[in-house]
Design a protein around this ligand. Structure first.
Ligand SMILES: [Zn+2]
Length: 577
């Protein structure tokens, strides 16, 4: 009977009896092995545990940080089994498999592995913590390797086959015939590659797919949680086959290569063992080196209609709700593209959508279809723009009107007229913060008294990434840095702030998972109204609004940093002080 781990560590004077007892109590309450408890309590290092285990069982210790692991050997055992038994297969010689184990007396684990792989098991020991970490590392990268191999296979298959590759020179001469384009786009491997790109984007939670031709390369990028990342570089000669394939799927003209085109792809795919309807908005734009395609993935499941979950601070949400429940007046949501404005507006109308209310929307494009709402798609080519749609709406007995965006005097003028004649008008503007929206409207040519009387509330917003709760780590920023970021001296003294960790399985190794909104809600109070009427600047309006309790975008960010939702880095990138 080998000596117990605790006894060995005691004998080596690495721990005291007291510490051992503490670790046993800790282990009882949390589960796991004694070694892990000792490490987590900081009594010993992971290497101490591994060395002690090696003595305890008389087996060699595995240094998992330095041990080279064959990816093909990793594949012999599924990750679930590895985690369940806390084992990691590292090497294979003849008929035996070297298996790193936290508990080499676990005969069930050895039997399982033997049965599964057909190899005899040669155990090595390492601590539970080291094994779990190594499992995450190796299986994670094995997945990446697998993914890369899948893509390489597809691409090389297309190349070997000669399919998809077209003579680029021919096209530049303008002699490339349609028939060969069509044929290339319909080759099975090209179809497979494009389908792979689309479904992979869904798996990765991307919001957009970019397919970009450059002089010497072709690049595919996904936008995930607001940031673009490179996913693959198919050979440049596949450019036309891929482009044509996407255009066929989006029902676009594959012969037209000189003008921008817009289309839509609807397809079904399996996701998490469920059939999922995929809806993509496709935009094709001729660039210097060929057509660039951007596909926006419209996922109804990502649309959050519950306003309480968007990230508003309670006092800001209360003001916003009060404004949209008024029967008339204008509520404006502002921010750059991709700041979640549409989501906020959709949540608002979803909440107001009742049998006794007529809601009309003018959108470009209609991103999501909401039952019970009269949604109109703008068609600039035939003269159906926001202004003409608004004019027509007023003859349709509306209660609530949503205008996709106010970008010119004409639209602003009719929207304001509607707001002043008993309609609730919701719209968006591209401005950086709530106070500057007032000046923007006036710069468009709207009289101050019209702005002051029609606009009830302005909400500026941004999206920041949420830290992965599973792997975030404490961010030990200097007191001054926190003050500079806008925290109060007291917060800077006591705050515990977090930053992204190195990433884990839960967040696809990104350190962040999902996004949350920051909101700056400015109510047009009497005091603000007076300032607008005397032509006050955005700075003066801002000062007044803060005095009256407005939470600014940066403050909204600080609040979310203090609650551990996001990092200082994120709010610094998305907001100004
Ligand atoms: Zn994580």
């Amino acid at each position: 009977m080998p000596a117990k781990l605790g006894e060995i560590l005691l004998k080596q004077k690495l721990i005291t009896r007291e510490q051992l007892q503490q670790a046993i109590d800790y282990q009882m309450s949390r589960g796991g092995r004694l070694g892990r408890a000792l490490v987590e309590l900081g009594f010993v290092t992971d290497d101490d545990v591994t060395a002690a285990l090696s003595r305890q069982y008389g087996l060699p210790a595995a240094n998992l940080n330095e041990l080279e692991v064959d990816p093909n050997v990793i594949k012999l055992i599924p990750m679930e089994t590895a985690l369940k038994h806390q084992v990691l297969p590292v090497n294979r010689v003849g008929s035996s498999l070297t298996l790193v184990m936290a508990d080499p007396t676990n005969v069930f684990a050895m039997d399982d592995v033997k049965f599964m792989t057909g190899f005899y098991v040669e155990p090595l020991v390492a601590s539970e913590t080291a094994i779990i970490e190594a499992i995450r590392k190796h299986y994670g990268s094995a997945e990446d390797v697998e993914r890369k191999r899948e893509i390489d296979d597809l691409v090389s298959f297309i190349e070997d086959d000669g399919a998809g590759s077209l003579e680029l020179e021919a096209e530049e001469e303008g002699t490339l015939d349609l028939a060969s384009l069509e044929k290339a786009a319909e080759e099975a491997p090209v179809i497979k590659l494009v389908n792979y790109i689309l479904t992979d984007a869904v798996r990765q939670g991307a919001s957009d797919i970019h397919m970009e031709p450059y002089e010497k390369e072709y690049r595919i990028r996904y936008r995930v949680d607001g940031l673009l990342q490179n996913v693959m570089n198919p050979p440049l000669k596949l450019r036309d086959a891929i482009t044509s394939r996407v255009k066929i799927m989006a029902k676009l003209d594959i012969a037209e290569k000189r003008l921008p085109q817009d289309g839509r792809i609807m397809m079904k795919m399996m996701h998490h063992n469920k059939k999922k309807q995929l809806d993509l908005r496709v935009s094709v734009l001729p660039t210097l080196h060929g057509e660039k395609i951007v596909m926006r993935l419209l996922d109804k499941e990502n649309l959050r209609l519950d306003m309480a979950k968007l990230g508003f601070e309670p006092e800001s949400l209360e003001k916003f709700q009060k404004a949209i429940l008024k029967p008339y007046g204008m509520v404006l949501v502002t921010g750059p593209t991709g700041s979640g404005k549409t989501n906020t507006l959709y949540s608002s109308i979803a909440q107001l959508n009742k049998e006794d209310t007529n809601i009309m929307t003018a959108e470009d494009p209609v991103e999501f279809q909401l039952p019970g709402i009269n949604q109109v798609q703008m068609k600039e080519q035939i003269g159906l723009n926001f202004a003409t749609a608004l004019r027509a709406f007023l003859r349709q007995d509306p209660n609530i009107i949503l205008v996709g965006e106010i970008r010119d005097f004409e639209t602003a003028e009719i929207a304001i007229k509607a707001a002043l004649t008993g309609h609730l008008v919701l719209s968006t503007l591209h401005t950086n913060d709530a106070p500057s929206t007032i000046s923007r409207l006036m710069n468009m040519g709207i009289e101050p008294f019209l702005v002051a009387t029609s606009v009830h509330l302005i909400c500026a917003q941004r999206l920041v990434r949420r830290l992965c709760l599973n792997c975030k780590v404490e961010d030990r920023l200097a007191h001054e840095a926190l003050l500079d970021a806008g925290f109060t001296p007291e917060e800077a003294r006591n705050a515990r702030v977090y930053k992204a960790g190195t990433g884990c399985e839960a967040c696809n190794k990104r350190g962040y998972k999902g996004r949350v909104g920051l909101y700056e809600v400015m109510e047009i109070t009497d005091a603000i109204r007076e300032l607008i009427l005397v032509g006050a600047s955005a700075i003066e309006l801002r000062r007044k609004a803060i005095e009256e309790g407005m939470i600014t975008l940066r403050r909204s960010g600080c609040i979310k940093v203090l609650s551990g939702v996001t990092s200082v880095e994120e709010i610094m990138r998305e907001t100004v002080l």
